[in-house]
Design a protein around this ligand. Structure first.
Ligand SMILES: Nc1ncnc2c1ncn2[C@@H]1O[C@H](COP(=O)(O)OP(=O)(O)OP(=O)(O)O)[C@@H](O)[C@H]1O
Length: 204
């Protein structure tokens, strides 16, 4: 067994990261965009690692930390990732160090991740426990309408997202879910107020 990588997590402990999850189309990007606009200096997204090749205009350390398969695996073995996954034949992961980098700037790191990632974060052996928020659509029907209304997905992708949404919702409502709060995104203003209250505090 590889020893776990020794990463200083003192800034993370002082600025506890927030994990936001919820089905695709539940409104995570919408909420986070508003929050970042309202509080430009308060939050940050960590820079992920990936084994995919950089695209034109992408810079190592800015869009991603671009690494080889071996480098990625080494970090996996050392428990250096808070969470990691494979998409389309490439590996992606959020390192503890990347989250610490945001916290060291005095910012709260926001982790926008899906169900499998949430489970990994909740069960990580050394990562300080973040705060978990789940954003839920009002119903499956409304979710479907919003995914279609967004106009970014093909029919096949919408069907896949709806199926995945069911699994996410079941997990969020199960006893092993780590979420401290589930917010239903029906009315945008009301839901945003709740999100803000959870993330920034009632006095904000
Ligand atoms: N409360 C709301 N009422 C009506 N429409 C909403 C509401 N919240 C979000 N939407 C719309 O629903 C669509 C999906 O929202 P959004 O893209 O923020 O979801 P997401 O959770 O970030 O999805 P993904 O995980 O795929 O990035 C968008 O078109 C957005 O404008």
């Amino acid at each position: 067994m590889a020893p776990t990588v020794p990463v200083d997590t003192s800034a993370i402990a002082a600025h506890r990261p927030i994990v936001i999850s919820g089905p695709s189309g539940s409104g995570k990007s919408t909420m986070l965009k508003r929050l970042f606009d309202e509080y430009p200096d308060r939050f940050g997204f960590s820079v992920s690692h990936t084994t995919r090749s950089p695209r034109a205009g992408e810079e190592n350390g800015r869009e991603y930390h671009f690494v080889t398969q071996d480098e990625f695996q080494e970090l996996v073995d050392k428990k250096g990732f808070v969470e990691h996954a494979q998409f389309g034949g490439n590996c992606y992961g959020t390192s503890i160090k990347a989250v610490e980098d945001i916290a060291a700037q005095g910012r709260v790191c926001i982790l926008d991740i899906e169900m499998e990632g949430v489970k990994q974060v909740a069960n990580h052996p050394t990562f300080p426990r973040p705060r978990f928020l789940f954003l839920s659509p009002p119903s499956k029907g409304v979710l479907e309408q919003r995914l279609r209304g967004r106009g970014t997905d093909k029919e096949e992708a919408i069907i896949k997202r709806l199926k995945q949404a069911e699994a996410e919702m079941d997990f969020a409502n199960s006893p092993e879910a780590p979420h401290e709060k589930i917010i239903v995104n029906d009315d945008l203003e009301r839901a945003y107020k709740e999100v803000k209250e959870f993330i920034v505090g009632a006095d904000a």
